[in-house]
Design a protein. Structure first.
Ligand code: PMP
Length: 355
């Protein structure tokens, strides 16, 4: 048995893989593959409609917010956001809380002024900055809710009067949140929502249409809204997998149900780490992520040994990102508690052997 702790693309529910593979051969008994149906057919419209309706329901979105499925990964949103929302003479506020946030900052600077309100780069992003001030005249404030590489997660929504924008790529729909507080949310699908190749974007309509630069149609959120996410040929299969994954989450009981499971998985792993001195979590306790758990060992030989044990026991994707080293264990929605239990049992045995 394989336990997939990859950071993304990552584990999806088994029933999603099964349904998606059947649909490649024969979509819903039509004799057609999902890969060969036109994106403007009623067959595909059903898929988009269900994906959008389910996502809206799970997020409890109000009617001021539009939901889109757009091409490209979250990295496209790093520049699409400022292109649509930041005039050249204006300032956007950004939090520098991790490598992905830093990349978003770099792209925003191409379109206007950027004020970095705080940074945790001084300690390799192992904590989240606190007590910063968001300027009231900023066009918007951008932050990353969960830092996938460093393993930190913002546990509350910042208080500000300026439009809030969040990159939720690695924790969207993993916990209950007031999604309506955001002016714009984006998330690459390949962790909690579905297959790589598509972004889910939520945007409050009133923030659009205020920049003076001309926008290419494919970059203009308003054009995508008007076209119902079908401005051009969308990533049909990726959207189909999103629909299946969202349907799975709804059937499971929605966001509060998955949050309860995610809390148990994270508690089990962090409790184990805190109990066993051979492992050392790298992140400030109050900022720990429930999606990506990052830890190291003080002895590199032991790290290699433990990694080999993980491999021998069917655990994949536990090697840490090169920026931090050590280990990173991702606990996205589809990760079963039983796999986390198997990992913690291995950690206990390893610690006992090395004591
Ligand atoms: N933001 C976050 C928080 C991420 O984790 C990632 C990818 N892991 C990205 C942005 C970039 O996403 P993509 O590779 O889909 O462009």
């Amino acid at each position: 048995m394989v336990h997939n702790f990859n950071a993304g693309p990552s584990i999806l529910p088994k029933e999603v893989f099964e349904q998606a593979s059947r649909a490649i051969v024969d979509y819903n008994g039509t004799g057609l593959s999902i890969l060969e149906i036109g994106h403007r057919t009623a067959l595909f419209q059903e898929v988009v409609d269900e994906a959008m309706a389910t996502a809206r329901e799970l997020m409890k979105l109000d009617s001021d917010h539009e939901l889109l499925f757009l091409h490209g990964g979250a990295s496209t949103q790093f520049f699409q956001v400022p292109m649509n929302l930041l005039n050249e003479q204006d300032t956007a506020a950004y939090l520098d809380g991790g490598v992905w946030g830093k990349k978003a900052i770099k792209e925003a600077k191409l379109f206007g002024k950027v004020e970095v309100v705080a940074s945790s780069k001084d300690r390799n992003y192992s904590y989240l900055p606190k007590g910063y001030r968001i300027p009231e005249n900023a066009s918007y404030f951008h932050y990353t809710t969960n830092n996938t590489i460093e393993g930190t997660q913002m546990h509350s929504i910042p208080e500000t009067a300026v439009p809030l924008i969040a990159d939720m790529s690695s924790d969207i729909l993993s916990r209950v949140m007031d999604f309506n507080r955001f002016a714009l949310i984006y998330a690459g699908a390949q962790k909690n929502i579905g297959a790589a190749g598509v972004n889910m974007v939520v945007v409050r309509k009133d923030i659009l249409g205020h920049v003076s630069r001309p926008l290419p149609s494919m970059m203009d959120y308003r054009e995508h809204i008007a076209a119902g996410s079908l401005l051009n040929t969308p990533p049909v299969f990726a959207i189909y997998v999103c629909m299946l994954t969202l349907r799975w989450l709804k059937q499971l009981g929605g966001v509060s149900a998955i949050e309860a499971i995610n809390d148990r998985k994270a508690a089990l792993l962090y409790d184990t780490l805190d109990r066993l001195p051979v492992f050392r979590p790298t992140v400030a306790k109050e900022d720990r992520s429930k999606m990506n758990v990052v830890f190291v060992m003080d002895d590199e030989t032991l790290e290699k040994e433990f990694l080999a044990e993980c491999k021998a026991n069917g655990m994949v994707g536990v090697k840490g990102h090169r920026n931090v080293g050590g280990f990173r264990v991702s606990l996205y929605n589809a990760m079963p508690l039983s796999s986390v239990r198997t990992l913690t049992e291995l950690m206990n045995e390893f610690a006992l052997k090395k004591a």
